[in-house]
Design a protein around this ligand. Sequence first.
Ligand code: B12
Ligand code: SF4
Length: 500
Amino acid sequence: MSTQVLLFNPRATNYKARIPNSVLQVAASVDGKYDWVIVDGNAEVNAEQKIIDYLSSGNFKYFGCTIMPGPQLKQAILVTKKVHELFPDVKIIWGGYFAANQYKVVINSGWVDAIINGPGDLAFPRLLDAFENNSPLDSIHNLIFKNGNEIIITAKDALLEQDTLPDLPYEKLHSFHSLEKYLGKSYLGKKTIAYHSSFGCPFTCSFCAVVPIYEAKWKGQSAEKIYRHIKYLKENFGADAIEFHDNNFFVNEKRTVEFAQLIKNENMVWWGEGRIDTIDKYKAESLVVMREAGCKMIFFGAETGNDEILKKMDKGGKQTGAQILSFAARMKKFNIIPEYSFVLGTPADTPQQVMKQIDEDIAFIMKVKEANPDTEIIIYVYSPVPTEGSEMYKQVLKSGFRFPEKLEDWLNDSWQNFDLRKNPLTPWLTPEMIDKIKNFETVLNGYYPTVSDIRMNSSQRKLIRTVSSIRYKNKWYSYPYEVKVLQKLWKYRQPETEGF
Ligand code: B12
Ligand code: SF4
């Protein structure tokens, strides 16, 4: 086992590092066959130097980097470019949502030898074997690479049975970076696990980056497997809470209830992402058992109250504005906090229509708060993902919007901010529209400070609410400087950009 693989998780957060599940699962796929190390940009002061030191030893043949859009792009691009220049013999492999969705710009950069397109559990070890044996790459599934000028995209594998995958090598990760430090404080608990229990999603929402990669497929680990890992992290490292990082944790009611029953006596608090129309079908007994077992809050993509747009977004065709409202009220009965995310600023034929839609969404969000004031609201500004063929993406292309053609262009501030979904600079949104969305968000968060912000105490909450109330009640959103000052002073944390 002499061939060494360096796996890099570029910095994505300044706020708190989480277990780097992407590179850890990739490590598991080659564990025992290839020797590997992990460099985590979230946990290192100078990740670049650490990588150069490792590679200078001459022991490494492969550099694997995971990459999602947003600030992670910075270290990913700069460090990869350096590795390519200083160590031309080291093979560079990228994986993750950005690499797969924006494959053209990545592979055309000339620095990346291959992209893993979707799960890497079979593709990565097979790719390394092929490189080792100098054999062709065409027969390896879930792969994108270049043959001369031609970009080759190989077939996708069906999703694997998740219980057949190897356990994550937590102990070896612990030898690089302390696991206790990864189990951070959160709204849920003092030591929060980041756990990823399923891949994909059975739906095809036309704005979602999961769709082009997983094409409406979903596979989850069994409740027993999840429970076994959580118990291990609890017993060995003192974990007391779980953030489920699945795109859609609650697809299968039976699995959710089985997990709830297993975890019930472990005194763990947990959170995950789900769909309103899926969980609205859950039986009352299931919701009761989930809450008793520690499920305190669930994140939902509410998106908009407008049924026409919901249809255009292809939310499975089942979610409606009326259901979003009644479901918020239903969750109150079970004492589970719904965390609703909305996507404002979707394209329309005229600027008047875009603005009208923003106004209607703002009014709708206020109605949700009336139905259940505990509902946490997250507001995103729509930023396109290349879901080729969807109605929404066709409209985006019609507006003249184009993604960057050079990898380094993603280093520009505006493109790094693009996927933070705050001000994506899409052609149909005017500064006035963006201001309206942002100012409303500021006033809303002032009037209803988020319960998940653990840095604000109750008197601070009361004061910020009083200051914001005149604006909220009278719908005066422009220039909310006084609210902003207080939020800055008390470091209001935006769960949407800094983590959940
Ligand atoms: C954890 C997480 C974060 C963490 C940081 C993660 C980190 N690496 O440090 C935080 C909270 C900081 C974060 C932030 C953001 N995130 Co994020 N994040 C996730 C989340 C929930 C889990 C990622 C994960 O661990 N997955 C588990 C692993 C096992 O799966 P995987 O990454 O897919 O890995 C497999 C394959 O992809 C492949 N693979 C992946 N990498 C590599 C590398 C190599 C070398 C190889 C061989 C294979 C390979 O093999 C793996 C095993 O099969 C995903 C959603 C999801 N369910 O994946 C979103 C997700 C990646 N995030 C997303 C986004 C947009 C963001 C933000 C940019 C914006 C936002 N508002 O959320 C911010 C950026 C903020 C910032 N400061 O950087 C989107 C990306 C969408 C897109 N447009 O492409 C996702 C998909 C969520 C979503 N559905 O919208 N995120
Ligand atoms: S339900 Fe969520 S994860 Fe699934 S396709 Fe829609 S937005 Fe994406």
